[in-house]
Design a binder for this molecule. Structure first.
Ligand code: ZN
Length: 134
């Protein structure tokens, strides 16, 4: 059901500074940058040579859920995203297993694919995003 790590999400306060680090210091490629208003975040995707992806996330404003998360837990590793073939089947199985989901139904993520988050309290402290294959 779970295929591979689609990306790793990293929370930052200042997206420009984070992009400069990943692009100029680490010499990685920034493939896309965009605002996701309904989630209160601006994101940038960083791609490595093997196709691995990092997702840098910065809050758009103080009211953003990400701003609250950073206030509580600081910046750094925010979530891992696992790719699944069928997100409806994955959600049905996880729900049947008593797993607490942040999203009871899939929603559309920043990459235009269907996503859902598993609550960290059901995943040993890690926020896990599920993303459906294109
Ligand atoms: Zn993500």
């Amino acid at each position: 059901m779970f295929k591979h790590v689609a990306h790793i999400g990293i929370a930052v306060k200042n997206l420009d500074e984070a992009i400069a680090f990943y692009r100029d210091t680490l010499q990685l490629t920034i493939t896309e940058r965009k605002k996701v208003e309904d989630q209160g975040v601006e994101i940038a995707f960083v791609e490595l040579a093997d196709g691995s992806v990092l997702e840098l996330l910065a809050p758009l404003n103080e009211g953003s859920p990400l701003a609250k998360s950073i206030a509580r837990r600081g910046t750094g590793l925010h979530h891992i995203c696992l790719e699944v073939d069928d997100i409806d089947a994955a959600l049905a199985k996880l729900t049947a297993d008593g797993i607490t989901m942040v999203d009871k139904k899939p929603r559309i993520g920043a990459e235009g694919r269907r996503i859902a988050f598993i609550h960290p309290k059901s995943a040993f402290g890690t926020l896990i995003e599920l993303q459906e294959t294109d």
